[in-house]
Design a protein around this ligand. Structure first.
Ligand code: UDP
Ligand code: MG
Length: 156
């Protein structure tokens, strides 16, 4: 099982889209194992987006991400990191395909609603930035036997 760090960005929270976006992940069969409404500090934004520090869009990105509360989620499932990325769609709202979160709910290239870890290494680093020990819960979901084929002992 993989866990991805997802951020519903300030535009998603302000536009009242949190529920609809979370529903998509739940309906897919992914499990919410952490959730936190918070305001990102400039220091945390800088750590989170450190790889983008030299980019032209970086100052605007930090300003956007710290401008209003975000909902941070830890989302778990088989292949969850890539599944979340494909459900999010391409970075730019203007280019993201229909059926994806960015494609269906936005048109902006910077206010693009959602962040998702882009690989296992990033997920581990980002989960550590946003969640303290004990805040990501290993909880048993009653319906898992109908989400996954568990007949072999491992979820398929
Ligand atoms: N971004 C932007 N302008 C750009 C590229 C990126 O404002 O030209 C913002 C956008 O909010 C994006 C974030 O910076 O989600 C991080 O960029 P990245 O290329 O990592 O895209 P992502 O992984 O979020 O799809
Ligand atoms: Mg990225």
């Amino acid at each position: 099982m993989e866990t991805s760090l997802i951020i519903l960005k300030p535009d998603a929270v302000q536009r009242g889209l949190m529920g609809r976006i979370i529903s998509r992940f739940e309906e897919k069969g992914l499990q919410i194992v952490g959730a936190k409404l918070m305001q990102i500090t400039p220091e945390l934004a800088a750590q989170h987006y450190k790889d983008h520090a030299s980019k032209g869009f970086y100052p605007g990105l930090v300003k956007f991400m710290t401008s209003s509360p975000v909902l941070v989620l830890a989302i778990r499932g088989n292949g969850a990191i890539a599944i979340c990325r494909s459900m999010m769609g391409a970075t730019f709202g203007s280019k993201a395909a229909g059926g994806t979160i960015r494609g269906d709910f936005g048109v902006s290239n910077s206010f693009n609603l959602i962040h998702g870890s882009d690989g296992p290494e990033a997920a581990a680093r980002e989960l550590g930035l946003f969640f303290k020990a004990g805040e990501v819960l290993d909880w048993k979901r009653a319906g898992d036997a109908w989400i996954y084929d568990l007949s072999s002992g491992t979820p398929e």
